[in-house]
Structures are given as structure tokens and as C-alpha cells.
Design a protein around this ligand. Structure first.
Ligand code: NOJ
Length: 541
């Protein structure tokens, strides 16, 4: 294992959705033993750290993000011992593991909420946010806009409204109650004691409510988050927190604090701009958001990503850009969900290796630790006929047998993809293992190359391209011992480009037979949608 305490600054994360990864006992649900059986595959991709999505007890009203017991495991996944074994086996293979930490809410089936709604004198009443009216906190936006009209729901039994930022089945916890602070710290301690390496912290902007605000990113919320980080540093040194705050860069910046809050934060605004840049063949929106992205403390890092288990969120783009993205990438109404697009990477980018190459190149060469979503490495498709976000959570396609080799059951939790283009008959791990040019082996290679370059992993970023229309996107990554010029032709026609190189001999890390002598005004011919990672091999002069 990489023993550098800042390992997370230059790491590849791989996101596993346990329900759909591998079913070892044929009951139709993925499970812990199933994941264990596939860990060598995960490691061989180049994974440094697994993000294991929720495994808590849950009635699955929000697919496990509605937790009915923070100390329990979802039974179809296996036992706590199986889960501990999974953590051990991950570590034995030199990888780390972080799990989901849901601080903001629990399930309405949680005994705390059950007791709170029944009895006004219960100590748990004050674990939730109640009101006699549904008119408080008017300035708060609704997140699940397709299905929710209010953040308040009337509870007959309690005779009061309760507050929830997500589904009504997910009452928000009351962070004005210090007991909740301790309660959730104990939950964290419990899991950290089992040896995990940290948490992906869900929905952190929404912990506190204050009248007259938008109830996001409040100072009280940051104060609590700093408190939990302090606890972790003190009691579980070396463990990390990854922040899910779907906010503008200047607001996400606050979650890094002075290096004393989160170590990692998803770069939400960058993600849609990658797709916009590829679709518009113009990376100006990407350049702009990166230039608006503040510096972060030395011990922190961005998490870059292309897709995840949610809709491709368009919350961090303008209304005009959102309409453009929907029209371009979600032409059918069923492809849209809330303020986003419920599709997977390969179908979004037309199954086109060139476009997908640009997308991966961007998350591998811009500053950050990339987070990959299971199935995207083989080019899995989606199923827009499934409810909510389930269409991007279908069974992992291991081979071309029943259910894509995911399960022997007749009925699986979600059906495997079977369409001609993306179905498991044609898109699966087994087939791709043997094909040196498969999506899987191509991505493995990109990851290996990225990992071998010090500059791509740790280097400073310097912009070359600016301007109002960016057909050729170029920047430098520079570290102590390494210098890489990263160049993308975003357009689907050949481009002629002139670049001032620091004098030297440069070799493309992707196609090492391409070598040039770089100097002032060096001429480059770029094929359509091509990218170069030009590493200086020798300086001249
Ligand atoms: C963000 C998670 O990614 C999403 O899946 C979930 O629905 C909400 N937070 C609520 O927990």
C-alpha cells in the first residue's frame, strides 16, 4: 500500500454499487462475498481506493441513502463479518476503502423517527426538525424537483410538519441538537474502528437550517464538519473525508477550510462542462470554470469524475447551458430527471472512443484524483425505462451468460442491460479481457500512464489556451521531475496549432512513437478529437 499520508492527492478511486456488482449466492442481489470475488479485477484496473456505496440497513426508498440502522448492514449483502472480510481483503490487495456517510438524514423507518413521531416527549423528538406550519425556510430550494413540491411533510402521527431536503421518507436530522452531533460521531467511530479509510460524506451542505438563508453551506455546518474532521485526525489518524457538495467552486472551496475540513471534494461544476466542451467542440466553458476555481490548501485535492450513480447533474450550470445540455444529450424526455440527465457515459458520448477519450483524458490530466463509476470501464449502457436513477445502476456485465454473469437468479434486483449495442451479450468483462484494444484494456492503459507520470498526478497546472472559442485545449502539468504538455483537439476536424514549448524533446505518453522537438512556435497537426500527453524527455539548451 502507498504509505504516503497524502496518498489521496494522487489516487484512482473506483465507485462500487454493491446491489449490482456481483451476486455470489444467487438471490438476485449483489453482495459482499461477490465483491470480494471481484477484487482482483478492481485492483487490476489500477484502483487505489474503493468507494463502497451504502451498505446500511434500509427500506430502499432512496436506494440505501435512507438508513434505518446506522450500525446495521443490509441483509441481502451478507453479514457484518462478511463486510469486515471485504475491508480486509481490500487492504490485503493494497487498496483502501471509503464508505458512504449520510449525516443529513435517516429513513422514516429508523427507530429514532418512529419514536419521535409517536411521542412528543421522546428524547428523539428533538432529533428531527418539526414545525406547526409548512411556511418556514421559504428561501430553500427543492432538490428532487420532479417529485417534490415542498421540503416539509405533514406527519399525522406527530401532528406536525417535518423537514426533509430529499424524499419525505428521509427526515433531516436536527443539527441544532448537540446530541445528534455526538450520535453521528459515534456512528463514524463505529465504522472507522472496523478499519475503513474514511468516508464519502453525502449531502453535507444541508445540515443546519437558519431562517432567511438558502440553508446551504451555513457557517454552523462548516463548524460541525471541522469538528468531525478533528475527531478523525485525533482518534483515527490518516483517515479521509470526501465531500459531496454540489456547489460552485467558491462554495466548495469552503469545505476544504484551512486544510482542516475535507481532504477531498468533488468538482461538480467541471463535470457537465466536460460534456459541454465535447458536444460543442469548444472548451471555453471548461477553461472558464477552471480559472474560477480557487486554490485549495496543500493537503487537499479535487475529485474529478464523469458519471456516478445519480443523474448527470446540471445544477451547476446556467439555465441556458442546461437547456443546451438537455437538448443535446437528453433529447428524449425520459432521459431527464430533476435538473439532470439519467444516462451513462458511453451512450452519452455515442459509444465513440474519440469523444470518450477526450473525456477520460480531461479527468486524468486536470488536477484531481479521478473517481470512476463501475461499468464505465467496459462501456456499459443505461436503461431509461427503469424508475428514478436505477437505469444507471444495472448489473455489472461480467460475461455473456444469464444476467451478464452477475447472478444466477431468475430475477435480479434490477434487470441487466440486454439491448443490442450495450447488452451483456456484446459488452462484458470476459470478452474485453482478451482484446488488447477493448474499452477495458484501453482504459487500464490510460490509468497506468497517468499513474506513471509525476506531473499528471501532482503537478501544478499552467494554462496555455485561453480565449473565447477553444478548439484546441492545451495546458501544462509541471512537477519537480516531470513536465507534460496536455493538448486536446476538441473539434471533429484536423487543426493546425502553434505552440511555444520549453525547449526539449517531447514524447507522447499515449503513442510513444510520436516524438517532437519542441521549441518556440512549434507547429503541430492535430487529428480530429485527438489528445496528446507530451512528456519532456530531454531539455535542450
Ligand atoms: C446524494 C446521493 O448521491 C444521492 O444518491 C441521494 O439520493 C442523496 N444524496 C440523498 O442522500
Amino acid at each position: 500500500m502507498n504509505i504516503n499520508p497524502l496518498w489521496y492527492k494522487n489516487a484512482i478511486f473506483y465507485q462500487i454499487y454493491p446491489r449490482s456488482f456481483y451476486d455470489s449466492n444467487g438471490d438476485g442481489y449483489g453482495d459482499f462475498q461477490g465483491i470480494i470475488q471481484k477484487l482482483d479485477y478492481v485492483r487490476n484496473l489500477g484502483t487505489d481506493c474503493i468507494w463502497l456505496m451504502p451498505t446500511y440497513k434500509s427500506p430502499l426508498k432512496d436506494d440505501g441513502y435512507d438508513i434505518s440502522d446506522f450500525y446495521g448492514v443490509f441483509e441481502p449483502f451478507g453479514t457484518l463479518d462478511d463486510l469486515k472480510q471485504l475491508f480486509n481483503e481490500i487492504h490485503q490487495r493494497g487498496m483502501r476503502v471509503i464508505t458512504d456517510l449520510v449525516l443529513n438524514h435517516c429513513s422514516d423507518q429508523h427507530p429514532w423517527f418512529q419514536s419521535a413521531r409517536k411521542d412528543p416527549n421522546s428524547k428523539y423528538r428533538n432529533y428531527f426538525v418539526w414545525s406547526d406550519t409548512d411556511t418556514k425556510y421559504q428561501g430553500t430550494r427543492i432538490i428532487f424537483v420532479d417529485s417534490q413540491e415542498s421540503n416539509w411533510t405533514w406527519d399525522e402521527e406527530a401532528g406536525a410538519y417535518y423537514w426533509h431536503r430529499f424524499y419525505p421518507s428521509q427526515p433531516d436530522l436536527n443539527y441544532d441538537n448537540p446530541e445528534v452531533h455526538e450520535e453521528m460521531k459515534n456512528v463514524m467511530r463505529y465504522w472507522l474502528n472496523l478499519g475503513i479509510d474514511g468516508f464519502r460524506a453525502d449531502a453535507v451542505p444541508y445540515l443546519f437550517e437558519r431562517e432567511g438563508t438558502i440553508n446551504e453551506n451555513l457557517p454552523e455546518t462548516h463548524a460541525y464538519l471541522k469538528e468531525i474532521r478533528k475527531m478523525m485526525d485525533l482518534e483515527f489518524p490518516g483517515t479521509i473525508l470526501l465531500c459531496e457538495a454540489n456547489q460552485w467552486p467558491r462554495d466548495v472551496r469552503e469545505y476544504f477550510g484551512d486544510g482542516d475540513e475535507f481532504q477531498l471534494g468533488f468538482h461538480f461544476p467541471l463535470m457537465p462542462r466536460i460534456f459541454m466542451s465535447i458536444g460543442k467542440q469548444d472548451a471555453s466553458s471548461l477553461v472558464q470554470i477552471m480559472q474560477e476555481t480557487p486554490e485549495i490548501p496543500e493537503n487537499c485535492q479535487w475529485s474529478t469524475f464523469l458519471r456516478n450513480h445519480d443523474e448527470l447533474t446540471l445544477e451547476m450550470v446556467s439555465e441556458e447551458d442546461r437547456q443546451w445540455m438537455w437538448a443535446f444529450y437528453a433529447p428524449q424526455k425520459e432521459m431527464r430527471l430533476n435538473l439532470g440527465i439519467r444516462r451513462r457515459l458511453y451512450p452519452l458520448l455515442d459509444n465513440d472512443r474519440k469523444k470518450i477519450g477526450l473525456a477520460f483524458s480531461l479527468i486524468f490530466t486536470l488536477p484531481g484524483s479521478p473517481v470512476l463509476y463501475y461499468g464505465d470501464e467496459i462501456g456499459m449502457g443505461d436503461n431509461i425505462n427503469l424508475f428514478d436513477r436505477n437505469g444507471v445502476r444495472t448489473p455489472m456485465q461480467w460475461d455473456d451468460t444469464k444476467n451478464g454473469g452477475f447472478s444466477t437468479a431468475d430475477r435480479t434486483y434490477l434487470p441487466a442491460i440486454t439491448d443490442e449495442k450495450y447488452g451483456y451479450q456484446n459488452v462484458n468483462v470476459m470478452q474485453q479481457e482478451d482484446d488488447p484494444d477493448s474499452n477495458l484494456n484501453w482504459l487500464r492503459r490510460l490509468i497506468r500512464i497517468r499513474k506513471a507520470s509525476e506531473a499528471l498526478g501532482e503537478g501544478e497546472l499552467e494554462w496555455i489556451t485561453t480565449g473565447s472559442e477553444v478548439k484546441v485545449l492545451a495546458y501544462i502539468r509541471r512537477s519537480e521531475n516531470d513536465l507534460v504538455y496536455v493538448i486536446h483537439n476538441m473539434s471533429d476536424y484536423p487543426m493546425h496549432f502553434q505552440l511555444d514549448f520549453e525547449p526539449g524533446i517531447y514524447t507522447d505518453l499515449i503513442q510513444p512513437d510520436f516524438t517532437i522537438a519542441g521549441n518556440r512556435d512549434t507547429e503541430l497537426d492535430l487529428n480530429p478529437r485527438i489528445f496528446y500527453w507530451l512528456q519532456r524527455k530531454k531539455s535542450i539548451g
